[in-house]
Design a protein around this ligand. Structure first.
Ligand code: HEM
Ligand SMILES: *[C@@H]1O[C@H](CO)[C@@H](O)[C@H](O)[C@H]1NC(C)=O
Ligand SMILES: *[C@@H]1O[C@H](CO)[C@@H](O)[C@H](O)[C@H]1NC(C)=O
Ligand SMILES: *[C@@H]1O[C@H](CO)[C@@H](O)[C@H](O)[C@H]1NC(C)=O
Ligand SMILES: *[C@@H]1O[C@H](CO)[C@@H](O)[C@H](O)[C@H]1NC(C)=O
Length: 324
C-alpha cells in the first residue's frame, strides 16, 4: 500500500500524448543552456509564497489568462503592484496586487541567476503552471521561449474581447473560438474558478432585483450575507466547496446549481457544455488532463518568438529604446 501510494504520488499527471502541438519557436527545453535552473527557481519561490498566501495561486492563474489572448506579458505594461490596487479596474480586468509583486520578485531572482534571458511572458506561464500544481492541481510541462511585447497598443482590443460574467454559452463560445479554443477548452479552463474570489458586482444581477431561478435557494441566501444589496463592494469565494483547493468541486457546484457567475452556471444549462461539466464533476482525472491540455494550448496563443519583441528586464516597462 505504501509503495502504491508513493508511486501514484510521483506518477506524471499528464502523459506525452496528452499535449497539444507545440507552436514553432517554443520548446520544452528552451532555457536548457541559458538558464537551466529557471523552473526550479520559480517553483521554489512560489512554494513558499503560496504557502504564506493561498490567494496568490488564484491571482497568478488569472494574470496568465488575462495575458493570453496573445501571451506576451503586455498585461503587465504600465501596471505595478501599487498601481493595480489603485486602478479603477472593470470587472474584466481585476488583478491581485500580490500576483504582480510575485512577478517582480521572480524577475529579480531570475535576473540574478541567469541575466535577463527568461521572458516575462514565460515567467507568467510558469508561475500559473506552478500555482495550479501547488494548489492541488495537475503538474504539467509548458513549452517556453515566448518573447515580451514592446507595446500596449493591442491591449485594448484584448480587454474588449473578454466576455462579461453575464455571458451565455453562445457569447462565451464566440469569444473563445476567436482565439482558437473550442468547447472543451472553454469548460476545462473555466474550471480555474475552483480557486479565488469575485466581487459582488460580477454576479449580483443574479440576486437583485430578482433572484435567478436557476440558482439553488440556500446558496442564494448565503450569498446575500456577503452581498446584501446591489453594487456592494464585498467579495466572496467562487467555488463554495473548496475555495483554496484546485480540484473538480467547481463542477460539483454547477451540477448543484451553486455556480457563482452566470458564465459558470450556464455551462450546466446549455446542451453544448452540460455533458462535459457532468463528466468533470465525477472524474477529477479527466478534468486535470483536459485542464493541462487546454492551458498549454492557451499559453501558445499568438505568442511572439525568435527575434520578435524583447526580453523585458523590468516586466512592467519596455526596455529603453524598444520604442513603445
Ligand atoms: C470563460 C470566461 C470567463 C469569465 C467570464 C470569467 C470571469 C471572471 C470574473 C468576473 C471573475 C471575478 C473578478 C472580480 O469580480 O473581481 C473571475 C475570477 C477568476 N478567474 Fe475567470 N473568467 C473566465 C475564464 C477564466 C479562465 C480561462 C481562467 C484561467 C484559466 C480564469 C481564472 C480566474 C481566477 C483564478 C479567478 C479568481 C481570481 C482571484 O481570486 O484573484 N477565468 N473570472
Ligand atoms: C472590459 O473593459 C473594457 C475597458 O473598460 C470595456 O471597454 C469593455 O467593454 C469590457 N468588456 C466586457 C466584455 O465587459
Ligand atoms: C446570448 O447572448 C447574446 C449576447 O449577449 C444574445 O444576443 C443572445 O440573444 C443570447 N442568447 C440566448 C439564447 O439567450
Ligand atoms: C462580506 O461578506 C462576509 C462573508 O463573506 C460577511 O460576513 C460580511 O458581513 C460582508 N460584509 C458586508 C459589508 O456586507
Ligand atoms: C449599480 O451600479 C450601476 C453601474 O454603476 C448602475 O447603473 C446601477 O444603477 C446601480 N444599481 C443600483 C441598484 O444601485
Amino acid at each position: 500500500m505504501v509503495v502504491c501510494s508513493f508511486l501514484l504520488l510521483f506518477a506524471p499527471a499528464i502523459s506525452a500524448g496528452d499535449y497539444p502541438p507545440t507552436v514553432r519557436g517554443l520548446s520544452y527545453s528552451f532555457y536548457r543552456r541559458s538558464c537551466p535552473q529557471v523552473e526550479i527557481i520559480v517553483r521554489n519561490f512560489l512554494r513558499q509564497a503560496i504557502r504564506n498566501d493561498a490567494g496568490l495561486a488564484a491571482g497568478l492563474i488569472r494574470l496568465h489568462f488575462h495575458d493570453c489572448f496573445g501571451c506576451d506579458a503586455s498585461v503587465l505594461l504600465k501596471r505595478t503592484a501599487t498601481e493595480a490596487s489603485e486602478l479603477d479596474a472593470p470587472p474584466n480586468e481585476t488583478i491581485r496586487p500580490s500576483a504582480l509583486t510575485a512577478v517582480t520578485k521572480l524577475r529579480t531572482l531570475l535576473n540574478n541567476a541567469c541575466g535577463a534571458v527568461v521572458s516575462c511572458a514565460d515567467i507568467l506561464a510558469l508561475a500559473a503552471r506552478d500555482a495550479v500544481h501547488l494548489a492541488g492541481g495537475p503538474d504539467y510541462d509548458v513549452p517556453l521561449g515566448r518573447r515580451d511585447g514592446v507595446t500596449i497598443a493591442a491591449r485594448e482590443h484584448v480587454v474588449a474581447a473578454f466576455p462579461p460574467p453575464s455571458s451565455n454559452v453562445t457569447a462565451l463560445l464566440n469569444a473563445v473560438t476567436k482565439i482558437g479554443l473550442d468547447v472543451t477548452d472553454l469548460v476545462a479552463l473555466s474550471g480555474a474558478h475552483t480557486l479565488g474570489i469575485s466581487r459582488c458586482i460580477s454576479f449580483d444581477d443574479r440576486l437583485f432585483p430578482t433572484q435567478d431561478s436557476s440558482m439553488d435557494s440556500r446558496f442564494a441566501s448565503n450569498l446575500k450575507l456577503s452581498c446584501p444589496a446591489k453594487n456592494t463592494t464585498n467579495t466572496t469565494v467562487i467555488d463554495v466547496r473548496t475555495p483554496n483547493m484546485f480540484d473538480n468541486k467547481y463542477y460539483v457546484d454547477l451540477v448543484n446549481h451553486q455556480g457563482l457567475l452566470t458564465s459558470d452556471q450556464v455551462l450546466f444549462s446549455d446542451d453544448r457544455t452540460r455533458g462535459i461539466v457532468a463528466r468533470f464533476a465525477v472524474d477529477q482525472s479527466a478534468f486535470f488532463r483536459s485542464f493541462a491540455f487546454s492551458m498549454v494550448k492557451m499559453a501558445q496563443i499568438q505568442v511572439l518568438t525568435g527575434v520578435q519583441g524583447e526580453i523585458r528586464v523590468n516586466c512592467f516597462v519596455p526596455n529603453a529604446g524598444s520604442g513603445s
